[in-house]
Design a protein around this ligand. Structure first.
Ligand code: WQD
Length: 335
């Protein structure tokens, strides 16, 4: 298939591009490079030894997206482009709705005009808000606690309305839990432009000596060691989940599908610290800091539906995730 990846040079987009190209698909990446670097393109090409088309542009440019869809005879779109920092979304709600909701609306209109009706959407476990039960399955109530999560939920609702109105559409909503790690080659990984908000990229920079000390946001949660528990999933497992979802859309006559992409296993902050120390051979200094606003105690997935419907299940361990994240980080130090 000819597949367009919006946000394709980003962390999850670039890993998905590698998996799809290695499976023989023709890939087009659209990215405005606001939170990724053009150097990722050459690395994806090196890893796949295939032609990867790149368009420098914004998903909100409906005319541009329509032209890309037509010029490249696109069969399906995976929509990664968006902004995803919870704290930032509280300070900049309009920017989050403009990019995440407005950007998706623009993409959908361009797709309809080009008569491209297959879409995989990058959603998030954040749409569940504070869990009412665990593990979280896809029928868990959606109740967001921040503009980022609400922007994802608004898009999900928009897509559900579209699928109900027009049976041409084949849409998969993928609710990610906590993606971490990097491609085994160490060539691509998570390298945010600013100081990382997320745990593992922050730990990786502490291990590399780029940051001094990890703040553990609270150790008084109702969890085994008092620190936050999350469902960490290897980014390559996640990328493979996208390919499985695309393949499932090609053989279904149902317009809308929702899947959790997680491992079903939760790990605490301190368990991740220890795993990263084992993987890197480095000591991670940390101190206990106050809880972070908006954080929840525990979150992990019921991942059975994706396994049953897509034949996909996360394979990689926390040790794999930390070892790959460290290998990528160490490669950056050498640059
Ligand atoms: C994980 C745990 C923190 C940093 C967010 C988004 C979510 C998804 C993944 C996009 C928590 C603790 C963190 C630090 C710490 N992104 N922590 N010190 O908040 O679970 O999820 O990223 O889809 O939508 O909400 O991930 O990595 O920020 O935090 O102690 O410096 O690590 O308190 O318990 P989170 P995270």
């Amino acid at each position: 298939m000819n597949i367009l990846l919006t946000g394709g040079t980003g962390y999850i987009g670039s890993h998905t591009a590698v998996v799809l190209a290695q499976a023989g698909h023709q890939i087009v990446l659209l990215d405005n490079l606001s939170n990724s670097d053009i150097s990722v393109l050459a690395r994806v090409k090196a890893l796949t030894r295939s032609h990867i088309a790149f368009v420098h542009g914004d998903v909100r440019n409906q005319e541009l997206v329509h032209k890309v869809l037509m010029d490249h005879h696109i069969d399906a779109v995976i929509h990664f482009a968006g902004v995803k920092a919870v704290g930032e979304s509280v300070e900049q709600p309009l920017r989050y709705y403009d990019i995440n909701v407005g950007g998706t609306l623009s993409l959908l209109k361009a797709m309809r005009h080009a008569r491209v009706f297959t879409l995989v959407f990058s959603s998030s476990s954040t749409v569940y808000g504070n869990p009412q039960y665990l593990p979280i399955d896809e029928d868990h109530p959606t109740r967001c606690t921040n503009p980022y999560g609400r922007s994802k939920l608004h898009v999900e609702e928009m897509l559900a309305d579209l699928a109900a109105a027009d049976p041409h559409w084949r849409i998969a909503l993928l609710r990610y839990f906590n993606p971490i790690g990097a491609h085994d080659s160490g060539l691509i990984g998570e390298d945010p432009n600013d100081i990382p908000n997320n745990l593992v990229p922050y730990i990786a920079r502490v291990a590399a000596g780029k940051l001094e000390c990890l703040r553990v946001f609270g150790n008084d949660y109702p969890t085994p060691d008092g620190t936050g528990v999350r469902d960490y999933i290897h980014v390559v497992d996640l990328a493979e989940g996208h390919m499985a979802a695309l393949q499932a859309l090609a053989r279904t006559n149902q317009s809308l599908h929702v899947y959790n992409l997680g491992t079903g296993q939760g790990y605490s902050v301190l368990e991740v610290v220890r795993a990263f120390e084992q993987a890197s051979g480095k000591t991670i200094p940390y101190h206990i800091a106050p809880r972070r606003a908006g954080d929840i105690a525990t979150c992990y997935a019921q991942a059975a539906r994706a396994e049953a419907a897509l034949g996909w299940k996360a394979q990689r361990t926390l040790q794999d995730m930390c070892a790959s994240a460290w290998k990528f980080q160490a490669s950056l130090v050498l640059e």
